[in-house]
Design a protein around this ligand. Sequence first.
Ligand SMILES: C[C@H](CCC(=O)NCCS(=O)(=O)O)[C@H]1CC[C@H]2[C@@H]3[C@H](O)C[C@@H]4C[C@H](O)CC[C@]4(C)[C@H]3C[C@H](O)[C@]12C
Length: 325
Amino acid sequence: MCTAAIYKTKDFYFGRTLDYEFSYGDQIVITPRNYAFNFRHVGDMKNHYAIIGMAHVAEDYPLYYDAMNEKGVAMAGLNFVGNAVYAAIKPDVENIAQFEFIPWILSQCSSLVEVRELLERINIVNTPFSEQLPLAQLHWIISDENESITVESMSDGLHIYDNPVGVLTNNPPFPQQMFQLNNYMYLSPKQPRNTFCENLALDAYSRGMGGLGLPGDLSSSSRFVRVAFTKVNAISGESEEESVSQFFHILGSVDQQRGCCEVADGKYEITLYTSCCNVTKGIYYYNTYENHQISAVDMHVENLDSDKMICYPVIQGERINYQNK
Ligand SMILES: C[C@H](CCC(=O)NCCS(=O)(=O)O)[C@H]1CC[C@H]2[C@@H]3[C@H](O)C[C@@H]4C[C@H](O)CC[C@]4(C)[C@H]3C[C@H](O)[C@]12C
């Protein structure tokens, strides 16, 4: 399972949890403006906007999971197993393989207005990256500071939905996820009033009772409601530290602990990493299951006119700040 969310203070933030039972071997990868992207069906793109994100690198190619560009657009791919269907190649459209979708959008779009234009001509096709790395069944959230959309390629075609809540998890399809929020419209960060029965002396005996009924399990539909409730009510100061810290708390509401979600005998899904992009400033923050300290890579420190990919390893290992030795 995975969860993505946006958050806005002075700057715009976007990130995700990546929940799985193993890692493909991830790195923080910057593709500078002159790194040549070779798109399988539409040819080479020699210059483009610079991109930073989490990726698995294979054959000198960045297979992004989530990323942002230097213009303020960010996107993430989340599992959509059993629902994602990619098309066959068609004439007169832009045939983009599923693994090329993030680079295709982020290399050319400086806003969601431009993303929507590009999506009018796109056909997301079922070309695998390689035999070892077959198609991943995903759907995507794409955001700038003004709006978010969800993109789902299914057996009945490509769906592009406005995403007014700014979150995404996994199954079921996005309209069903949004619909179930109707069931929770009574939830509130405020204490409840007794509307049950005025003749009964009911007592709000604990703080937090306005959220009673918020689903607490790890299913994707429950995580959708939980992270949506947390995100829409989240409040923080505007500084970078306060905003980043609050962002990790929002996604912390759907963190997965080893042992609670068994996917096969003795195999457990966990939150392998959580990312937080400051999309305004081009800084990629992350922490991992094994390392709660927040690490960061700032794309603007690099030579963004280069033609070589720049990779930083994910820093693992818990660092404990002993105060008395
Ligand atoms: C497993 C990841 C999604 C995690 C997730 O959503 N878990 C939820 C599980 S569940 O539905 O709730 O059961 C996805 C997100 C991005 C994916 C990767 C990216 O799409 C990039 C390439 C794409 C290649 O086709 C396959 C390898 C790959 C390197 C993908 C491996 C894997 O499918 C990733 C890492």
